[in-house]
Design a protein around this ligand. Structure first.
Ligand SMILES: [Zn+2]
Length: 301
């Protein structure tokens, strides 16, 4: 580890030791799990320009295109696993230092890594909502229904595009058959994530503000804070005199509010923080006297 980074980690560990830390995480935390940072929730499965809420709701063909791509992208998404950074956040929770997590990620990897009290600011790709009747279902179930309606669609297209992240031709999209809502038979199923051009539900925003306002420290992990959706929590914390610490690779739009910024990989910094803040065992174990190496003498306590 870089000497300056080690020093910053030690400083941050000292700040974390006081507890009541709220984490605000972004795409940078999941890149080490192989999820590219497309800078926005709806971009998570699509390499080309992200779908806006207006296009998605206003254009049936755009919806079909989205779901055809998403059907393929889900295969890869479902295989992603939490990384050392996610596991470290969960461990900091178990150590009683992190009280809650606000994440801008829609991949569910915080929870998969063992964290709880996670608020998914931009929703979750694991859920699907019907815009017609509000019915909420699991993405896994929708995947089963889409697979049944589109036999061999994935095998054929994935063979053409081995990385699974595909630009489908109009002809291929024409062939994809989107399923209807199983509750109302409407054709406006939408992943339960906040699209560009859509606002985060007000009650969810309030829940996050309440968490941040009660924190002793706001720890930003892997977010460039480009969008106001996340940056507003940093601004609120700073206004209330709650120190903000940012760990991110590269500059962020919150740096001016930060008491400390660490520019280093999260997979390095977070496990180091766990190590530095680990509580020693409550009962000291007496030193064990060991006989000469190779002498075969019994170990005496
Ligand atoms: Zn419905």
């Amino acid at each position: 580890m870089h000497e300056g980074t080690a020093e910053s980690c030690a400083g941050l560990a000292g700040l974390l030791a006081g507890g009541d830390v709220v984490v605000l995480s972004g795409a940078g935390l999941s890149t080490e799990s192989g999820i590219p940072d497309y800078r926005g929730p709806s971009g998570a499965l699509v390499r080309t320009s992200p779908m806006t809420y207006q296009t998605f709701t206003g254009d049936p063909l755009a919806r079909r295109r989205y779901w055809a791509r998403s059907f393929l992208g889900w295969r890869r998404m479902a295989q992603t696993r939490p990384n050392a950074g996610h596991r470290a956040v969960a461990q900091l929770q178990r150590q009683g230092l992190v009280t809650g997590v606000v994440t801008q990620n829609v991949d569910g990897l915080h929870q998969a890594g063992g964290a709880d009290r996670v608020v998914e600011l931009h929703g979750s790709l694991a859920k699907v909502i019907c815009l017609g009747c509000g019915d909420l279902t699991s993405r896994t179930e929708l995947d089963r229904r889409m697979a049944w309606a589109n036999p061999r669609f994935d095998a054929r297209v994935t063979a053409l595009n081995p990385d699974g992240d595909v630009d489908l031709s109009d002809e291929e999209i024409d062939r994809f058959r989107m399923v209807e809502c199983s509750a109302c038979a409407g054709d406006t199923l939408k992943p339960d994530v906040v699209f560009f051009g859509e606002t985060v539900p007000a009650d969810r925003v309030q829940q996050c503000f309440a968490m941040v306002e009660k924190a002793r420290l706001l720890l930003v992990l892997g977010s460039s804070l480009t969008v106001m959706s996340g940056r507003r929590f940093v601004i609120r914390a700073a206004k209330l005199g709650i120190p903000v610490v940012i760990v991110n690779q590269g500059p962020t739009r919150g740096d001016t509010y930060a008491a400390l910024s660490i520019d280093a990989p999260l997979g390095v910094v977070l496990p180091e923080l766990v190590r530095l803040t680990a509580v020693p065992p409550a009962v000291a174990v007496p030193p064990v006297a060991v006989g000469p190496v190779g002498a075969g003498s019994p170990v005496t306590a």
